[in-house]
Unconditional design. Structure first.
Ligand code: KG4
Ligand code: ZN
Length: 400
């Protein structure tokens, strides 16, 4: 990471951030003011592409990129309006060439639209631009990164590249999500154990303090969210499968099925979910036409297997190392069956370890968590001077 030599006279004051998230299938922009003690959400707009990807049973990268390029101008405009900026012709005098130089080659239409927006909305009080630069779908990430580069260059602000999964970690700290309301910042006790369970990742991150993030375990194959989506698809349930599988699992109290818990007793915090998915495929192939009850039974047993793996690994980590707080993040942390079992495991181990779970609206991808994490990254000096904005690159496989 190249650090900027950028001096800011407002260094110790509040910071008004515009953050962009386009790593997967949500185009999201947040305008947030943060200090060490509090935060205030001016705007938070997310446009989901779920309808587009349903047909394919998962996210299709080229389509995701095109949809982000189409959606980002109106998501940005909505965010400007919600944040109280008013539209008027030539309200901000900008150098169009800066934007065209960055965007026109790759995204000519987008370039015109961003120029038009910036002429109409004077957002020159934004202090810094934050953007998810990975991991995720690289073509999709590039849309956010290029728009962020253009905004940072034209507004002459620093640009902060954020690790998407760091966003999911801090999402559990964001306890209030209403617009135009001031909230106190929550400061976690460390060491913190984060379990990130999303469509692309399933990993345990151990943090001795707020700046050190160490991956201590992860899935060796499918992510939990991916397993949810694949199992759903086998039963003709639309993408994303998680919410519907959760609903039907709750409609029964027990299941005649018992599916494998791969790597449950292995001497590692790593996990594996592809064998579980395959076992369900075999079970389904032995069944005739599936009734709603059959689907509910399968889903119930699937939840049992996933929860037992996650809870057993959490239990081992708690036994092996000091943990003061547990946080969950990622789309699957919206699942109450799984989160309740995790809460139970942690509280049975010790009633002194709180479990923070993100607000349901922040479990899946959103720019508020990216803005929030961007502030932390800025404090760690992970920002880039606007004249070096080209150093911010989309990195689909970004690791920790
Ligand atoms: O974090 P996220 O929005 O995107 C990634 O970064 O992957 O997570 C999306 C994933 C999808 O696989 C979706 O099926 C899953 O989160 N998900 C759920 C639930 N809501 C979303 N999985 C289980 N139960 C849910 N209620
Ligand atoms: Zn995510």
């Amino acid at each position: 990471m190249v650090l900027a030599n950028y001096t800011l006279d407002w260094y110790s004051c509040d910071m008004k951030i515009l953050a962009i998230e386009t790593s997967c299938d949500e185009t999201s922009i947040c305008i947030l003011t943060r200090t060490e003690e509090s935060y205030y959400i001016h705007a938070h707009v997310t446009d989901s592409q779920i309808e587009i990807h349903k047909e394919y049973g998962g996210v299709f990268p080229a389509l995701a990129k095109r949809a982000h390029a189409e959606n980002i101008p109106h998501v940005l405009e909505r965010a400007c309006i919600d944040a109280g900026y008013t539209s008027s012709q030539d309200s901000m005098s900008i150098n169009d060439h800066i934007i065209h130089d960055i965007l026109a080659d790759r995204e000519p239409e987008l370039s015109e639209k961003i120029v038009d927006l910036l002429k109409r909305y004077d957002i020159s009080d934004i202090d810094t631009i934050v953007v998810t630069h990975g991991p995720g779908l690289e073509p999709a990430l590039w849309i956010g990164v290029n728009v962020a580069r253009a905004l940072a260059a034209v507004l002459n602000t620093p640009i902060v590249p954020v690790h998407h999964m760091e966003g999911h970690i801090v999402s559990a700290e964001i306890h209030g999500t209403d617009l135009h309301t001031s909230y106190d910042s929550v400061h976690l006790d460390y060491p913190t154990l984060a379990l990130l369970i999303s469509g692309g990742h399933t990993e345990f991150i151990y943090m001795e303090n707020s700046t050190t993030m160490k991956k201590i375990g992860a899935t060796r194959d499918d992510a939990v969210g991916e397993a949810f989506d694949k199992v759903a698809r086998m039963m003709d349930i639309d993408y994303p499968g998680g919410p519907e599988l959760e609903n039907i699992a709750q409609s029964v109290d027990e299941s005649p099925h018992v599916f494998p818990r791969p790597m449950l007793r292995a001497d590692t915090y790593d996990m594996s979910f592809s064998g579980l998915k395959t076992a369900i495929r075999y079970a389904l192939s032995d069944m005739d036409a599936l009734s709603d009850l059959d689907k509910a039974h399968i889903s119930h047993a699937f939840h049992d297997a996933v929860s037992e793996v996650l809870c057993t690994k959490i239990q081992s980590i708690l036994e092996d190392m000091p943990v003061a707080t547990v946080v969950l993040g990622g789309g699957v942390s919206a699942n109450k069956i799984i989160t309740e079992r995790i809460r139970e495991t942690v509280s049975n181990y010790s009633s002194d370890i709180p479990v923070h779970i993100p607000h349901i609206s922040l479990a899946t991808d959103n720019a508020l968590m990216i803005a929030y994490a961007g502030y932390n990254a800025y404090q760690r000096n992970e920002y880039i001077d606007p004249t070096s904005h080209h150093l911010v690159r989309a990195q689909g496989n970004l690791s920790w």
